[in-house]
Write a protein that binds this ligand. Structure first.
Ligand code: SF4
Length: 150
């Protein structure tokens, strides 16, 4: 289940106004994100506990370019496709859910095109599904991620 904690009608990513604040290091990746991005890049993620996280440079995502654009726009992670929402809470198990909240103080909220909540819901569902599959594999084998990336 996808739960929107807030609503937004229009949004535009004004990354130059906020300095691409959302593109910080540590965005959570799914296994499918890693597979897709690995076809073109290496050394971009780290594993912490049961999470795969984007690496950073000076606190920013490794793929953020000097002009503040995303360097992997066409293959960017599912979590980055949720903007202007970010993940507030995720619960896995029999009745999994993901709660999405708006980015705090985003200058782009209220301007630009109408937000397609259906599309955001599809990406959030994909994130939940891919993450749940990974957790099931890790339940069977606690070292699954370690073995996969060693
Ligand atoms: S992958 Fe692209 S959109 Fe996602 S945090 Fe990095 S620079 Fe930003």
């Amino acid at each position: 289940m996808i739960i929107f904690l807030e609503n937004v009608e229009n949004w535009e990513c004004l990354y130059q106004e906020c300095g691409a604040r959302c593109c910080s290091e540590g965005i959570e990746l799914t296994l499918e994100d890693v597979e897709r991005i690995s076809e073109r890049h290496s050394d971009f993620f780290k594993v912490e506990d049961s999470r795969i996280l984007l690496k950073g440079r000076d606190g920013k995502c490794v793929f953020l370019q000097e002009d503040l654009r995303c360097g992997i726009e066409d293959i960017k992670p599912v979590a980055c496709r949720l903007l202007p929402f970010v993940i507030h809470e995720v619960r896995y198990g029999d009745e999994p859910f993901i709660k999405l909240k708006l980015v705090v103080d985003c200058p782009g909220v209220g301007s630009g095109k109408a937000v397609d909540l259906g599309e955001i819901e599809r990406y959030a569902t994909l994130f939940l599904h891919e993450k749940q599959e990974l957790l099931m594999k890790m339940k069977e084998d606690r070292d699954y991620l370690k073995k996969l990336f060693s």
